[in-house]
Write a protein that binds this ligand. Structure first.
Ligand code: COS
Length: 378
C-alpha cells in the first residue's frame, strides 16, 4: 500500500482545498444557523464538479479512484460536514445504479448528476433503520410498472433531490426476499416531501421524510431484479462507509487545527496555554488519533480500489474508528478551548455536533461492530 499522492491527485485535492477554504469554510457558521446550503454555493459545487466527483469516466465523470475520493471527502469534511454529506449523498445513491443498473439507467442517472440535479438514497423508514430488511414501503405490480406506497425517513437531500433511489417491497408478506430498488423522480405523481428534520448537526444538509402515495414508477426504472434489493443495499453500504470515515477524519482534522491555533494564541497565568503539559497531552492525543483514523480510512479506500473481498469489513472498521475519533477529538477541542469552545461563535462545538451523526448514519457504530465481528475469521 502506497500513501504517496501522485501529481494528478495533488492537483485535484488542491482544487477542492481551495473551494473548501474560499467558499465553504467562510459560510459554515451561517449554514449551521440557517439550516440550509445556499443556492449560490450549491451552484459553485455543481459547476466545479464537486457534486459529481464520484461519476465514473465511462459516464462522463472524472473517473477518480476511491483512494482519491477518500482524500477529497476528507477535505470537504474539514470544510463543513453538512456540505460533504450533501455531495456524498449523490455518490451513495449512485452505487445501486452502478451495482445493478442497466447501461441506459446508468447513463440517465449520471447525465442527471452531471447536469447538477441532486440524488438521494431512500432506504430508511420509521420501522426500518438498523433492521434494513424490515422495509414496509410497498411496490405493487401494475400495468407497465409499479405503484409505490410508503414513507421513508431521515433521507439526506430529501428536499432537494430530483432522483431518488428507493427501496420497496414487491412481496405482500414483506421480508428481504421481496426488497427491490427503483429509480424515482421527484416530479412523479404521488411523490411528496414530508417532515423536514431540525437536526443537531450537519445542518447544511437537508434531511426529510419522503412520501410515496401510489406513486407510479415505470418498469424500466426498476434497478436489478425483484428481490435483489437487500443485497444491493448491503453492497452499497460496503462501498459508502469508507466515505463516512473520510468525512469524519476531516472533522477531526478541523477540530485539531482549531484547538492548536487557539492553544498558541490563548494566554493564561501569563503564558500560552499550549505550554501547559495537560493541554499538550490533549493535543498530542488528538493528533495521534486523527492520523491513525486517516491511515485506516486510506487503507479501506485502497482495498476498495483493488476490489479486495475484505474491503466491506475494512470500510466498516474505517467508518467506526474514524467517527468515534471525530467525536473524541472534537469533544477534546471544545475542552482545550474552554468557554470559547462552548460558544457558538467558534466552530468547535459545531464539529462536536457534526461528528455525532457520523457514529449514527449509514449504519450505527453498533452495526459496524456487528459487521466487523461477523467478517473477521482466522
Ligand atoms: N454484501 C452482499 N450481500 C450481503 C451482505 C453484503 N455486505 N451482507 C449480507 N448480505 C446478504 C447475505 O448473504 C444474505 O443473503 P442470503 O440470505 O441469500 O444468504 C442476506 O444478505 C441476509 O444477510 P444477513 O442474515 O446477515 O442479514 P441481517 O438481516 O442479519 O442484517 C445487517 C445484517 C445488520 C448487517 C444489515 O441489516 C445492516 O447492515 N443493517 C444496517 C443498515 C444501515 O446501515 N442502515 C442505515 C441507513 S442506510 S443510509
Amino acid at each position: 500500500m502506497d500513501f504517496s499522492i501522485n501529481s494528478q491527485q495533488k492537483e485535484i485535492v488542491d482544487l477542492v482545498k481551495q473551494i473548501v477554504d474560499r467558499e465553504i469554510r467562510p459560510r459554515a457558521i451561517d449554514m449551521d444557523r440557517s439550516g440550509k446550503i445556499p443556492d449560490e454555493l450549491l451552484q459553485i459545487l455543481v459547476s466545479s464538479g464537486v457534486t459529481s466527483m464520484a461519476v465514473p469516466a465511462a459516464y462522463g465523470g472524472p473517473g477518480l479512484g476511491v483512494d482519491t475520493l477518500g482524500l477529497l471527502y476528507e477535505e470537504l469534511g474539514r470544510g463543513c460536514a453538512g456540505v460533504a454529506t450533501v455531495c456524498a449523498a449523490n455518490a451513495l445513491a449512485s452505487y445501486p445504479v452502478l451495482i445493478a443498473g442497466t447501461e441506459e439507467q446508468k447513463k440517465r442517472f449520471f447525465d442527471s448528476v452531471l447536469s447538477g440535479r441532486m440524488a438521494a438514497f431512500a432506504l430508511t423508514e420509521p420501522g426500518a433503520g438498523s433492521d434494513a430488511g424490515a422495509v414496509s414501503c410497498r411496490a405493487e405490480k401494475t400495468e407497465g410498472g409499479y405503484r409505490l406506497t410508503g414513507t421513508k425517513c431521515f433521507i439526506t437531500n430529501g428536499p432537494i433531490a430530483d432522483q431518488i433511489v428507493v427501496f420497496a417491497n414487491t412481496r405482500k408478506t414483506g421480508g428481504i426476499r421481496g426488497l427491490t430498488v427503483f429509480l424515482a423522480d421527484s416530479s412523479m405523481e404521488g411523490f411528496s416531501i414530508g417532515k423536514i428534520e431540525d437536526k443537531m448537526g450537519i445542518r447544511a444538509s437537508a434531511t426529510s421524510e419522503l412520501i410515496f402515495d401510489h406513486c407510479f414508477v415505470p418498469e424500466e426504472n426498476r434497478i436489478g431484479r425483484e428481490g435483489m434489493g437487500f443485497r444491493i443495499a448491503m453492497e452499497t453500504l460496503d462501498h459508502s462507509r469508507a466515505v463516512v470515515g473520510a468525512v469524519s477524519v476531516g472533522i477531526a482534522q478541523a477540530a485539531l487545527e482549531a484547538a492548536v491555533i487557539y492553544a498558541h494564541q490563548r494566554k493564561q497565568f501569563g503564558v500560552k496555554v499550549a505550554s501547559f503539559e495537560m493541554v499538550q497531552q490533549m493535543i498530542a492525543d488528538m493528533a495521534m488519533e486523527t492520523e491513525a483514523a486517516r491511515a485506516l480510512v486510506q487503507k479501506a479506500c485502497w482495498m476498495q480500489e483493488k476490489e479486495d473481498p475484505q474491503s466491506g469489513v475494512m470500510a466498516a472498521m474505517a467508518k467506526c474508528l474514524a467517527s468515534d475519533t471525530a467525536m473524541k477529538v472534537s469533544t477534546t477541542a471544545v475542552q482545550v478551548m474552554g468557554g470559547n469552545g462552548y460558544s457558538k461563535e467558534n466552530q468547535a462545538e459545531k464539529y462536536m455536533r457534526d461528528a455525532k451523526v457520523m457514529q449514527i448514519y449509514e449504519g450505527t457504530n453498533q452495526i459496524q461492530r456487528l459487521v466487523i465481528a461477523n467478517g473477521v475469521s482466522y
